[in-house]
Design a protein around this ligand. Sequence first.
Ligand SMILES: [Zn+2]
Length: 173
Amino acid sequence: MKTRFKKVLLVIAVILIGGFLLPERISIPVKGATAKDWHPKSFWFEPWGTSGVHKGIDIFAKLGQPVVSTTDGIVLYKGHLAKGGNVVLVLGPKWRLHYFAHLHTIDTAWFNIVTSGEPIGKVGDSGNAKGKPAHVHYSIVRIFPAPWAMDRSTQGVKKAFFIDPDKYLRKAE
Ligand SMILES: [Zn+2]
């Protein structure tokens, strides 16, 4: 192998492994919110509209309350989606994607470096939350699947990717 190619592989390996080793500093995604503001069994609740099961949790709060990043990371996407409305996607440690949906406004930019607890938007009812009480839909998705997390529930194979935010956020309390 050419030396330069080896170096490139080494750098990729360091980045990949480094991502897994980065510590997670967890914040609850709404300023002032506690675990009382979401239903503890909301993750994978079914039936759940066109998604079949609920692949995240909904944190209820006043319209316009600041939404904060749950982790240190980088904003990989911000924009408007039919279901999610105004959404922000943050890549955090351990190659986990953090997805915040139904925002009233987005207060961050593409490729912003954010710290845990930093405001990224406001609580709203955009997308398919229109007409429902204002809330943030929050999902955590692994980029590298964890097959051992799969189970026999409806769409249980997808649990290789989706992490239960209830369990994750309780570590923040
Ligand atoms: Zn939801």
